[in-house]
Design a protein around this ligand. Structure first.
Ligand code: PEP
Length: 253
């Protein structure tokens, strides 16, 4: 299974910043062969990114979507609006949405369903807080988040699914998980998926690690057989550092 590395820009970059980044990263695209690379800019930058990256091997993701396909939901963005812009992936249940915006498991489940209905591939984020890890509940939190989000999902849809294991305490803190802990959590995720949909389907799901991934530490995650890529925040904001990170990942597998 090839690596999938996604840039999550969060609430950063204007249209001009996006254009500059996309033009720069395109210069290095041949150095990414074999790695699926996606850029997830804010909604407002999607048209600029699609104009520049369209036709290249770099793909586009969105950072969220609404659970309905259209309707009276002021300020929200629906899946068909994203596919219309050439978006292929969508991040769902990022910890900032769970813990800062207050999104709950039922909303996340509805968003996974909405994404699949309009042909978007979900990147479903799961992960424990520091207090949950200290209380020894990492696995039970992950199991609950996964089973709740996937409830009702057909096993046949699993090959479109990407799971990002992102321990909340590692996101944006500079304190990445120990590779051994990430390995244990990602192996556990695959066990839960296998119980849910069977081993054959579970083996098709790519699992990313996310949380303070940089050029210097990406190798220690992607060399693990339980991990097939990374969801990257801070280190994805500059084309140069993101490109270096992708190249380091490629060398490590
Ligand atoms: C993220 O945004 O999902 C993330 C992992 O951020 P960072 O790489 O900055 O920790």
């Amino acid at each position: 299974m090839g690596l999938i590395i996604a840039a999550n820009w969060k609430m950063h970059k204007t249209t001009a910043d996006t254009e500059e980044f996309c033009r720069a990263i395109l210069q290095d695209v041949e150095k990414f062969a074999g790695v699926e690379v996606l850029i997830c800019p804010p909604y407002t930058s999607l048209p600029a990114a699609t104009n520049i990256l369209g036709g290249s091997s770099l793909k586009l993701g969105a950072q969220d979507l609404h659970w309905e396909q259209e309707g009276a939901f002021t300020g929200e963005i629906a899946g068909p609006m994203l596919t219309d812009l050439g978006v292929e992936y969508v991040i769902i249940g990022h910890s900032e949405r769970r813990h800062v915006i207050g999104e709950d498991d039922s909303r996340i489940r509805a968003k996974v369903k909405a994404a699949l209905e309009c042909g978007l591939k979900p990147i479903l984020c799961v992960g424990e807080t520091e207090a949950q890890r200290e209380a020894g509940s990492t696995n039970s939190v992950i199991r609950q988040q996964l089973l709740s989000a996937l409830e009702g999902m057909a096993a046949g849809d699993m090959d479109e699914l990407v799971i990002a294991y992102e321990p909340v305490w590692a996101i944006g803190t500079g304190k990445a998980a120990q590779p051994g802990d990430a390995d244990a959590a990602c192996s556990f995720i695959r066990e839960v998926l296998a119980k849910y949909a069977g081993e054959e389907m579970a083996d098709k799901v790519r699992i990313q690690y996310g949380g303070s991934v940089k050029e210097k530490n990406i190798d220690s995650f992607v060399e693990l057989s339980s991990i097939q890529g990374a969801l990257v925040g801070g280190a994805s904001l500059e084309a140069e550092s993101f490109s270096a990170l992708i190249q380091a990942a490629r060398k490590a597998v």
